[in-house]
Write a new protein. Structure first.
Length: 268
């Protein structure tokens, strides 16, 4: 079982959780931080080598959570052009293409290996999607996508893997290909999510920023930080709120608090 609530207030921590976060103030050395930044692509490539296409479940919840994929159409069978920025192995892409026959999708990922997995998928068709490798912080999306041509951009569990100092570059890059009046749909880890509290001492890179054992990194967003990030690049905020879920494992009597940030930002 699970329950879910949406709103603007962050999750309230227990005294034990407050103490754990207060104790964990030692940051990973600058040398190791630079190495992690330099090897970010390699670490994600190794992640996909180890996990193949099995790690993430197919995200059939995307159209349910993001009604905008239907709402942004002016008429029922209108062809939509979408960009999935950070597509991984296509867990979000392929359910969407199956569910909606009137979508053409651009999809890109940092990891060359992930892009290869997408191209090998039985559902992959060059008539319906164009997939390419891209470092969103430095490779120009205009090399693969015409300016002002995309109806919807999905940015789902992607920005958290990027160094906070470079996140604005991703938003700037996406802005160029998005049509005026159209939106970026965002979902990612929120402040005090269960995953943030599970990091062991010695994993902290900065405020709300951590490294996993495999070298991949994760940032946990506050509503304010995300809002400022998008607005500074010229977007207008439509929706920006925490989604708090409590997943209950009845067998083991475990309650796991999940916190995500779910948002929608528009290009004027």
């Amino acid at each position: 079982g699970a329950f879910q609530k949406k709103g603007h207030s962050a999750r309230v921590l227990s005294p034990e959780e407050v103490e754990k976060l207060a104790k964990d103030q030692v940051l990973v050395s600058e040398f190791k931080q630079l190495k992690l930044e330099k090897e970010a692509q390699k670490n994600w490539d190794l992640f996909y080598k180890r996990n193949s296409t099995n790690f993430f479940k197919d995200r059939h919840w995307t159209t349910r959570e993001f009604q905008e994929l239907k709402a942004c159409r002016e008429f029922a069978d209108q062809k939509l052009t979408i960009l999935e920025a950070g597509c991984g192995v296509g867990n979000c892409l392929f359910p969407l293409l199956e569910e909606d026959k009137n979508i053409f999708a651009y999809a890109c990922d940092f990891s060359p290996r992930a892009v290869e997995y997408v191209k090998k998928n039985a559902l992959y068709s060059t008539e319906r999607c164009k997939v390419f490798q891209c470092d969103l912080t430095k490779d120009d999306l205009l090399d693969n996508i015409p300016a002002d041509s995309v109806d919807v951009v999905t940015l789902i569990f992607v920005l958290s893997a990027i160094h906070p100092d470079k996140m604005h570059l991703v938003l700037r890059n996406i802005y160029k290909v998005l049509k005026p009046g159209k939106c970026v749909l965002f979902r990612d880890y929120g402040l005090y999510d269960h995953a943030m509290l599970r990091f062991k001492s010695g994993s902290k890179l900065g405020e709300n920023f951590y490294v996993r054992q495999d070298g991949t990194r994760s940032y946990f967003f506050t509503e304010e930080f995300l809002s400022q990030l998008f607005k500074a690049e010229g977007y207008e905020q439509v929706v920006n709120e925490y989604v708090q879920r409590e997943t209950v494992n009845r067998k083991e009597d475990l309650r796991v608090p999940r916190v995500f940030l779910q948002s929608k930002f528009q290009k004027p």
